[in-house]
Design a protein. Sequence first.
Length: 310
Amino acid sequence: MMETQFFTCKEVKDGLYAAIVKDGQGALGNAGFVDLGDEILVFDTFMLPQAALALREAAEELTGKKVKYVVNSHYHGDHTNGNIMFKDTVIISTTETRHKIQESFRNQDVSAMKAGLSSYFAQLEDRIAGELNGQMRQALQNDLSDKRLYAESLDLIEEVLPTVIFDEKLVIQGSERTVELHHFGGGHTGSDLFMYIPEDQVLYAGDLVLVNNHAWMGHGNPHEWLGILERMAPFSVSDLIPGHGPVGSHTNIQSMQEYVGDLIRFVSEMKVKGTSKEELLGMPVLEKYSKLESPHVYEWNINFLYDYLG
Ligand SMILES: [Zn+2]
């Protein structure tokens, strides 16, 4: 175990590490790294460059080796903004993820983004002040704190694109360990890869599988997501490093399937009954999921699914 300001490093198996983020510190999405024998592979790079630098330092200190490869699981900034600290390495993603990262920087106007964020912060502060549910208030406070740190770091973030791209499967053969990158299409976004280490039965899931957290659906395709999880289920997994939440296991793949399926079913049924979106947003979180972290994401999902399900 190693603690930094942004994350806790946990060695899940010999040479395989999870970097689990701390709430409200701006790193936002989990990362990890793998000792390949002669060099290190880093999986995802956090939202803040400062957190990515701490990740690189932790990885090099704990293994005594240098980072050679970086993998981006999908295009979201909380998994790719830290690429700037790994410019000298080989950055790997799917073709579609590279394209999406490029697209997100193409029209980037930092002053417009800062203005957008400050009006978001003002709304969020009002909501926090009036929020009676303690769990929701805490989640909104963490969101505010994470995004404020992001806004302060915007000038440090630059486009650093993957240089090795693939579409279905890529295998990296280290001197002591082999890792597999699998791409079964897009679910959480238009393209989501996961990393599997067969000898150790460890899976780095990115945002395809979260543990104890609501999972954002609005940039992807929930039905395709279910299909990807179906194809992930046969993998033997003893430890699963999720994109958000603590280290889990194989059972979290099934929990994720249930979550996506249950929300689709719930919103469809409510629409058939003629429930309006506003009524739906006024209802409490489905009982089965009422204890999950980041309940504000549940609201975003209801909002998204209501329109998506036509
Ligand atoms: Zn994501």
